[in-house]
Design a protein around this ligand. Structure first.
Ligand code: GDP
Ligand code: MG
Length: 363
């Protein structure tokens, strides 16, 4: 039937995909069969309950183009001791020095760097393949770009290859950052060749299309080139989100904080969050009492790709899960009550995978 449908309607279908009732009618009537389609009652509750995040929905190209561009969310990965933490620190400090004197960075699992041209880049602060894998396991893809750090003196190592696999499985584009180029006698060229031989990753310098920059995290060299590479990739990926929609975020960590109660550190994936919004996530809900940015400063609004701390949830939010802005208190409560989290996560996982496969195949 799938083949027939594709042939007759031109709609791409896969073995277990959902096809519109119009297509079924069209094909079957073309084959001379009489059909009457009975509408099946929606399995989704009217209010609250399961829903597909707007962030994962499919949009027509014209609609997609009407949404504003959003900053990228970047994860740094690579072998142990190749300089991930140092690189993140350098990127963060560059930013702090430039914008806010004496600003103390809060550890909320992510931070944003604002650039002189007004652009922003959000970095996940938790380098580590486990964090990445955990997010994926929950069906929530939190990152748009992977920066693969390879130390020029040590070269391609087991965790380098593991990181490449993680990024590939998640269909997230990779930018290679060859680090520690300040060490004399190191060989970035060898790293490039080895990446190609061992991982099939061909960087631009040797005729491929993977961006590769040389950096020294410790000496803060090449950071601008890295940022430029990230921004170029952002353009290629055409990252967009409608900031006017109700907010959808992914929780990256949560804890009980003295004086604030249960707090959830989140990254906005779609829409905006405002103080006083009703929110729901998994089996818990709440009303936003306060929002803090990555410097611990109170904010009243958080738009796409912004990392923020959400204060006001009744209970702890499960890391890796979506947090949704709901219409009102009733809706937020209903969402958390009706939710069967197993079904929910399976559904999200499927959707996330479908969307990333689809986006990958479109490129
Ligand atoms: P991680 O395990 O990937 O997070 O690596 P770290 O950031 O902890 O760095 C491991 C070691 O490499 C530390 O001793 C750093 O000081 C050193 N390191 C990091 N970046 C550079 C660099 O650009 N040049 C040199 N020479 N050493 C570096
Ligand atoms: Mg580290």
């Amino acid at each position: 039937l799938a083949v027939a449908l594709r042939k007759f309607t031109g709609e791409p279908t896969v073995a277990d995909s959902v096809v519109s009732s119009d297509s079924v009618e069209l094909v079957l009537s073309d084959l001379g069969a009489k059909v009457s389609i009975m509408k099946q009652a929606s399995t989704e509750p009217e209010k609250g309950g399961l829903k597909t995040p707007r962030f994962l929905r499919k949009y027509e190209p014209e609609v997609w183009a009407s949404f504003p561009l959003r900053p990228p969310v970047v994860t740094v990965m690579g072998h142990v001791d190749h300089g991930k933490t140092t690189l993140l620190d350098s990127l963060r400090n560059t930013n702090v020095a430039a914008s806010e004197r004496g600003g103390i960075t809060q550890n909320i699992g992510a931070f944003s760097v604002s650039l002189s041209n007004g652009a922003m880049v959000t970095f996940l602060d938790t380098p580590g393949h486990e964090a990445f894998a955990a997010m994926r396991a929950c069906g929530t893809q939190v990152t748009d770009v992977v920066v693969l750090v390879v130390a020029a003196d040590d070269g391609v190592m087991p965790q380098t290859l593991e990181a490449v696999n993680h990024a590939r499985n998640a269909h997230v584009p990779i930018i290679v950052a060859i680090n520690k180029v300040d060490i004399s006698g190191c060989s970035p060229e060898k790293v490039m060749n080895d990446l190609f031989s061992y991982a099939g990753l061909q960087v631009e310098q040797i005729g491929g299309d993977i961006q590769c920059v040389l950096v020294s995290a410790i000496k803060r060299q090449g950071l601008e080139n890295l940022i430029d590479a990230i921004l170029l990739q952002t353009e290629l990926s055409d990252l967009r989100a409608n900031k006017d929609d109700p907010g959808e975020a992914i929780c990256i960590e949560s804890k009980v904080s003295k004086g604030l109660g249960s707090v959830a550190n989140c990254i906005v994936r779609w829409g905006s969050f405002h103080v006083q919004d009703y929110v729901a996530s998994g089996r818990t809900w709440g009303r936003i009492r306060r929002m803090l940015d990555d410097r611990g400063k109170s904010i009243s609004l958080a738009g796409p790709s912004t990392p923020f701390t959400l204060v006001g949830m009744k209970e702890l939010v499960e890391p890796g899960s979506f947090v949704f802005v709901m219409k009102d208190e009733e809706d937020a409560k209903l969402f958390s009550e009706k939710l069967d989290s197993d079904i929910y996560f399976k559904k999200l996982q499927q959707t996330a995978l479908q969307v990333s496969l689809q986006r990958a195949s479109e490129k």
